[in-house]
Design a protein around this ligand. Structure first.
Ligand SMILES: O=c1ccn([C@@H]2O[C@H](COP(=O)(O)OP(=O)(O)O[C@H]3O[C@H](CO)[C@@H](O)[C@H](O)[C@H]3O)[C@@H](O)[C@H]2O)c(=O)[nH]1
Ligand SMILES: [Mn+2]
Length: 730
């Protein structure tokens, strides 16, 4: 005995309706099995028409069935969590751990400095003891404009932070807060004054960005600008580390005299002949540099567009990490990726990704989130691999051949060493410690390896989103982003990090399967393309590939199809989406499968054959005003020059339309070979696809705005589809 009753800091609840869902899942599985049975039993014999189409469709259905089983892993046993912040304050207010926040930016043109400082300010104003909070910016753009913006932000934070705390401001991104409150005429008290300070600052930053450089009179005011004197450019420069606010300095106070959190600007060293490993490289440099300054026990990573939407998130997270019973084994707490620029019917389906991310096993079964990207809080030690037992500080001294008590180098010089390429290369970061290299989705591969080292994790999805970012606003951006993701995930599957191999015996099968939903995204492109091309083509030729509606075999097909889509509609509605949003999601899923995933598969194949060129296309966070207007009115943005992705989409769209028209014609007027019934399923399928394709037809033939389909794309696809029709029909 002797042990006091344990009152947890958080609660994990199982989702309701599990049993019903599992029964439903079994019924779909039964339908899938019947379909396979049918395919084997009715395979056309050699020489009979449609044998190859039949075999291809059977293979595709085999794949869809297998993939559907994988997707069940994240739906089988969802859990929901709640935190008790009051208990946390009662027990731990004086012992809260230190927190380092890492903000990454890479390009001042697609990631405007005025946006990046808003993200930084929102986390600097967290409801947390400022002496325990430090914010680090990694600037992979190595831009003096971003540095300048941060000097301004440091000054503005002296007004912003006390203002937030006094008026319980939410959210604490000044741009978002002022935009939201200005609608209702603004606030009283200091509101007009702080808003004016903000607007003036934003103007000065945007002037400098427009000018393309920082004016000389400003540069004279801060020694830090001397780092750019030697003509530093984003790909070739020495390390730059500037402590803008030193939280340990008693003079670092806001206008009310309260302590300010630490703020650091860093541009790690970049050399053309040294691979910089994109965001993972930046994060690792941040881990090292921060270890010599604040060495926070907990690390939060946010992308530069992902502002904090709730000042309490950091306390919520501590409820997980500090829980007496379960806290010590939790490596990270991931918030879902949510966006503040999603349109009413979510035209590009940006929000859907989070629905498939339910935390399916809960902490006890060691399931958890499948990635550690933006909005993820880590225990510092969970990010460092097995071999890295000492903190980078001790490692640094060893590397420099110093004895640990020797302070021969001053802090500034040490920081520069920690942010340098040579230090990184010599200590094997990314291979043995820190975030993993060599993969464009460092978030997935690193999360997986942390799980496999025995840590647990938490996916935390509170009612008020913890973070909000900017979702891509053009179709080309969406396609590109998903190509990067699906390509990286496929690379993981094909490497020694394959979840089924690395995870075998280390993480539950359900979690391995969960990872493979992502890892096999790219691979689903091939069976999907077969399914989108062959049945319509066969309709055109007068070959039936599905059971006749007068046969009982059509039941499993109809059931599998209707149940799957009805369930996805239900999931959308539950996630707060509209029916139109679900329809859009269905379209976007097809678009991704036929473009992003296809190109990812092709590129990965090329890479396997040795043609390798790692890249990371940064997602743009700005859009031109006209395109923004079209986005707001939910028009898909096609505009620009010829694009192979758009060509694929329009070719498929025209293919479906011609097959539907000719198919209908021959069934209705020609009487077909076996009548109407054997073709009904194919006709319905073509009809649904044509419905989904509507925006493409509009983009090709009706729209006149700049976002319409480029003429070259329309022309290419018309020529191609007409050629195919002629070949098939005559
Ligand atoms: O060389 C680089 C490239 C990118 N970034 C930063 O990485 C972040 C993510 O880049 P972004 O272009 O916004 O990619 P997304 O696809 O939106 O990012 C998602 O996918 C990434 C993996 O591909 C994860 O790292 C992110 O957390 C997740 O939000 C941004 O802050 C960038 O500034 C760098 O710091 N250095
Ligand atoms: Mn992003």
């Amino acid at each position: 005995m002797g042990r006091e009753a344990y009152v947890p800091l958080f609660e994990t609840k199982q989702g309701r309706g599990r049993m019903a869902y599992r029964l439903f899942g079994c019924s779909i599985l039964l339908a899938i099995c019947s379909i396979w049975w049918y395919r084997v039993a009715y395979l056309p014999s050699v020489g009979e028409e449609g044998r190859w189409a039949w075999i291809t469709l059977s293979a595709a259905e085999l794949w869809f069935g297998f993939y559907w089983v994988l997707t069940q892993s994240v739906r089988w046993g969802p859990v929901y969590r709640r935190t008790f912040r009051d208990r946390l304050s009662e027990r731990y207010e004086d012992e809260l751990p230190t927190v380092d926040v890492f903000v990454c930016t890479a390009d001042p043109l697609v990631e405007p400095p005025s946006m990046v400082i808003n993200t930084a300010l929102s986390v600097m104003a967290y409801d947390y003891p400022p002496e325990k909070l430090a914010v680090y910016l990694s600037d992979d753009g190595g831009s003096e404009l971003t540095f300048y913006a941060f000097l301004e932000a440091a000054r503005f934070s002296r007004h912003w932070i006390p203002f937030c705390k006094m008026y319980h401001v939410e959210p604490r991104s000044p741009a978002v807060y002022f935009a939201e409150t200005a609608v209702s005429g603004g606030g009283g008290g200091e509101w007009p004054m702080v808003k004016r300070l903000y607007d003036e600052m934003e103007n000065r930053i945007e002037e400098a960005v427009k000018l393309g450089r920082v004016p000389d009179e400003i540069k004279e005011q801060h020694g830090g600008f001397s780092e750019w004197r030697s003509g530093a450019n984003s790909r070739d420069h020495q390390s730059i580390v500037q402590i803008l606010i030193d939280g340990r300095d008693p003079k670092s106070v806001d206008i009310e005299g309260s302590q300010l959190p630490t703020l650091v600007y860093m541009a790690r060293e970049k050399r053309p002949n040294h691979p910089h490993n994109f965001k993972a490289g930046a994060m690792n440099a941040l881990i090292r540099v921060s270890s010599a300054i604040s060495d926070g026990a907990i690390i939060l990573n946010v992308d530069c567009d992902m502002y904090s939407n709730s000042s309490k998130s950091v306390r919520d997270v501590m409820c997980f990490f500090l829980d007496e019973e379960k806290g010590h084994e939790i490596a990270y707490v991931q918030f879902p990726q949510k966006f503040n620029n999603v349109t009413k019917n979510d035209i590009y389906s940006s929000s859907m990704i989070t629905i498939s991310e339910v935390d399916f096993h809960g902490i006890d079964g060691r399931g958890g989130p499948l990635y550690i990207g933006t909005g993820c809080f880590h225990r510092r030690e969970s990010l460092c691999g097995k071999k890295f037992n000492d903190s980078p500080k001790v490692e640094l001294k060893r590397w420099l051949n110093m004895n640990p008590n020797d302070n021969a180098l001053d802090l500034q010089e040490k920081l520069k060493v920690l942010a340098s390429c040579t230090y990184e290369a010599n200590t094997q970061w990314g291979n043995e410690v820190g975030l993993k290299y060599g993969c464009p989705v460092e978030d997935v591969i690193t999360g997986l390896s942390i799980q496999c080292r025995g840590w647990k994790s938490v996916y935390y999805n509170p009612k008020r989103p913890g973070f909000l970012g900017i979702a891509p606003t053009t179709l080309a951006q969406v396609i590109l982003q998903h190509k990067r993701w699906s390509e990286g995930d496929l690379q993981i599957f094909l490497s020694r990090y394959c979840p089924f191999v690395l995870g075998h015996g280390k993480i539950p099968l359900g979690l391995q399967m969960g990872y493979c939903i992502y890892c096999l995204w790219a691979a689903t492109s091939i069976p999907t393309l077969c399914y989108l091309i062959i049945p319509p083509l066969c309709l055109l030729k007068g070959t039936s590939v599905f059971p006749s509606v007068s046969s009982a075999w059509c039941v499993p097909f109809a059931y599998a199809f209707i149940a799957k889509y009805a369930y996805s509609a239900f999931e959308s509605l539950q996630g707060g989406d509209t029916i139109k949003g679900w329809w859009n999601d269905t379209r976007i899923t097809l678009i991704k499968k036929t473009t992003s995933y296809l190109f990812a598969t092709i590129d990965t194949t090329l890479k396997l054959s040795g043609i390798d060129n790692p890249s990371f296309a940064i997602t743009s966070k700005v859009a031109d005003p006209e395109a923004s207007e079209r986005y707001e009115s939910e028009l898909i943005e096609f505009g620009g020059s010829f694009s192979p992705s758009f060509a694929i989409l329009t070719i498929l769209a025209l293919h479906h339309l011609t097959c539907l028209v000719f198919g209908l014609k021959s069934v209705v007027f020609g009487g077909g070979v076996g009548g109407f019934e054997p073709f009904l399923m194919q006709l319905i399928m073509c009809g649904v696809l044509v419905g989904l394709n509507m925006p493409f037809y509009e983009g090709m033939f009706l729209r006149k705005d700049k976002g319409a389909m480029p003429g070259s794309v329309t022309l290419t696809s018309i020529v191609l589809v007409v050629m195919v029709c002629v070949l098939v029909l005559y």
